[in-house]
Design a protein around this ligand. Structure first.
Ligand code: AP5
Length: 228
């Protein structure tokens, strides 16, 4: 089972790349941001606990996200498919808890894929992102506009801006990344598991380079029992 962490600042394209890699290779996509937003949408107790925190651009507590990931990684289907973690770990404390979680489940981290992009581009991508209110398809009014303004191409529902994509909050999230998440690059580099991709280019190019960096042809073949 392959376990890959996608690391990178808000707007680097972690969710976009995770979607294309999962479609191509059958990984389970574990996005802590998506899971937390769904809790908020459903009005659960957890959603009520984390909504103010998320809307301000701050991180939710380490124990909350670690428990979520532990639950997902423990599912049989996820264990069989291999996992792409998108948005976790995000602090050194989370990375340490993740190590324990993997060790206790007899699992190991294969790679950390670092997505790197220019800060101005990140801000443009974030503030221009729109998400379908029904099917959650992601658009971008600059880089991937819908056919009709404000309307989802896939299901026809209204497109909305994430509250944390307003410029002031997006800038706060980038600051939080630099302070609390960027130290993970050195944390994982010391183990020799970090591979880097220039995420400032077109989606297809980022996808192709990520496949090469991750050696995904090899991982995919091994998973299917065809590896040498
Ligand atoms: P989360 O949802 O994880 O947000 P994020 O990490 O800030 O990442 P984003 O979703 O903003 O960006 P992305 O890199 O996935 O980019 P995307 O592919 O969408 O977290 C949200 C909040 O949840 C946090 O602030 C925190 O409160 C909480 N949280 C989550 N995990 C946590 C944790 N572990 N610990 C504590 N708190 C946690 O792309 C962005 C836009 O750019 C899209 O419009 C897309 O279409 C476009 N785009 C992407 N790639 C390209 C490309 N190559 N070319 C052109 N456009 C592109």
């Amino acid at each position: 089972m392959a376990i890959v962490v996608l690391l990178g600042p808000p707007g680097a394209g972690k969710g976009t790349l995770a979607e294309s890699l999962c479609a191509a290779f059958g990984f389970a996509h574990i996005s802590t941001g998506d899971i937390l937003r769904e809790e908020i949408r459903q009005g659960t107790e957890l959603g009520r606990r984390v909504s103010a925190c998320m809307e301000s651009g701050a991180l939710v507590p380490d124990d909350v996200v670690t428990a979520i990931v532990a639950g997902r990684l423990g599912q049989d289907t996820v264990r069989q498919a291999g996992s792409l973690l998108d948005g976790f770990p995000r602090t050194v404390r989370q990375a340490e808890l993740f190590d324990r979680m993997l060790a206790s489940g007899g699992m190991a981290l294969d790679r950390v894929l670092l997505l790197e992009a220019d800060r101005d581009l990140l801000v443009r991508r974030l503030t221009a992102r729109r998400v379908c209110s029904q099917c959650r398809t992601v658009f971008n009014v600059i880089f991937q506009p819908p056919g009709r303004d404000g309307v989802c191409d896939r299901c026809g529902a209204e497109l909305r801006q994430r509250p944390d994509d307003m410029e002031a909050t997006a800038l706060e999230r980038l600051a939080v990344y630099e302070e609390q998440t960027a130290p993970l690059v050195a944390f994982y580099a010391r183990r020799g598991v970090v591979v880097r991709v220039d995420a400032g280019r077109a989606r297809e190019v980022v996808h192709r380079d990520a496949c090469v960096a991750l050696g995904l042809g090899v991982l995919s073949a091994e998973r299917d029992g065809k590896g040498s």
